[in-house]
Design a protein around this ligand. Structure first.
Ligand code: ATP
Length: 372
């Protein structure tokens, strides 16, 4: 188990900056997820951590050791890829045992690095077989050891890849979208399994995904990346409830957070769609702003006076089983405003109806023109 630090990491590919001064401290035993849109640089960070790519500037420290000049093997961290990278002609047992087998062979040839690279794991044939069986059984694939990858389901292949990473007892796991080849149902199940695995191993996990639900459900902390920079690093709840800027607020949450254009009046008050909203703002007067409201904080308006009302015409009612999304066309808003309500509440709305929702002032986020 080891903490990981990235210090001012920069990387360009053919003069195009891909990472721009990324600094991040990951605690020993933490589950940290890098999340962000495609191409924002997540995989490049993992590859730099693993030693598969060299940064142009900055340092990587793993377990207190500067590893910039160490090759991937000597970093003692395991990487699980999206593709699983299993060898098709080997059995499951051989695939899982491969890292230990390679170490055994190089030990037999008395290669000098060996003892340092993977301390603690088995070095004899019998020891390797016992380790492989124990890890496979722990992951529920003990009965599949004689099969080849082609004879496995996607979920089983993913577990074989995990087992192969675990058998080395690495200091940390790096996982690059390991669930993206699974169907939606399997993905949800695998999320739970990976969380349990993390809890039982207590090892540092650095996980990459563009799926924010994965990031939110499994992680101790989430690092939101955009355009090669870290936008916010915090617990899933803080990222959701208190995003540092509009881009993070919009990226996290499904359906997407509702946004409406707003203006800060001369007296410092907030005007939204021509109405005053009693929300405290720090943005200077005269400035354009954006208010943002999560779909679940919109409540159907009752008869009484409400401090904040959003009214419009129901455009679409989307029944999802456990919840219903009411899409409201609101004059002055670019996109429909979406409310997430209980099915019994949603059943009251029909397309074409006039409808109004209220929001508690404390649930309104205000972002200045620069998104902050
Ligand atoms: P995704 O979610 O799509 O995997 P990502 O956030 O992991 O994206 P990276 O794979 O880190 O993004 O890539 C970041 C950027 O760097 C992309 O624009 C990509 O095209 C570019 N890139 C990555 N590797 C190379 C390379 N070896 N040569 C040139 N450009 C590269």
């Amino acid at each position: 188990m080891a903490g990981i630090s990235l210090r001012g990491i920069a990387k360009s590919f053919r003069d195009t900056p891909v990472l721009q001064g990324v600094s991040l401290d990951i605690a020993a035993g933490e589950f940290l997820t890098l999340v962000g849109p495609s191409g924002c640089g997540k995989t490049t960070i993992l590859r730099i951590l693993a030693g598969l790519e060299t940064q142009d500037a900055g340092d990587v420290v793993i377990g207190g050791t500067l590893v910039d000049d160490l090759p991937p093997k000597a970093r003692d961290i395991a990487m699980v890829f999206q593709s699983y990278a299993l060898y098709p002609y080997m059995t499951v047992a051989e695939n899982i045992g491969l890292p230990l087998e390679m170490r055994r062979l190089s030990a037999a040839q008395r290669l000098p690095l060996v003892g340092r690279i993977m301390p603690g794991a088995a070095t004899t044939r019998a020891g390797i077989a016992a380790d492989v069986t124990a890890v496979a059984e722990g992951l529920g694939i003990g009965h599949l050891l004689a099969r080849r990858p082609a004879q496995l389901s996607g979920g089983q292949r993913q577990r074989v890849a995990l087992a192969r990473a675990m058998v080395r007892r690495p200091k940390a796991f790096l996982m690059d979208e390991p669930l993206s080849n699974l169907d939606a149902k399997m993905r949800v199940q695998a999320r739970t399994e990976i969380s349990e695995l993390h809890r039982s191993l207590g090892t540092t996990f650095v996980y990459v995904t563009h799926d924010q639900a994965e990031a939110m459900t499994m992680s101790d902390r989430v690092a939101v990346m955009m355009g090669g920079r870290l936008m916010q690093v915090a617990s899933p709840q803080v990222i959701y409830d208190d995003p540092q800027d509009l881009a993070v607020a919009t990226f996290i949450g499904t359906p997407e957070i509702n946004t409406l254009p707003a203006r800060i009046e001369a007296d410092g008050g907030l005007s939204v769609l021509g109405a005053r909203w009693p929300v405290a703002v720090t943005t200077p007067a005269g400035a354009q702003a954006t208010v943002a409201v999560r779909p679940e904080v919109l409540l159907p308006a009752g008869r009484g006076e409400a401090a904040i009302r959003i009214a419009g015409t129901v455009r679409h009612v989307e029944m999802l089983g456990a919840e219903t999304l009411v899409h409201l066309r609101v004059a002055g808003a670019e996109k429909p405003v979406v409310a997430r309500v209980e099915p019994a509440v949603g059943a009251r709305f029909r397309p074409g109806d006039e409808a109004a929702f209220t929001v508690a002032p404390g649930r309104v986020m205000v972002f200045a023109a620069d998104g902050r």
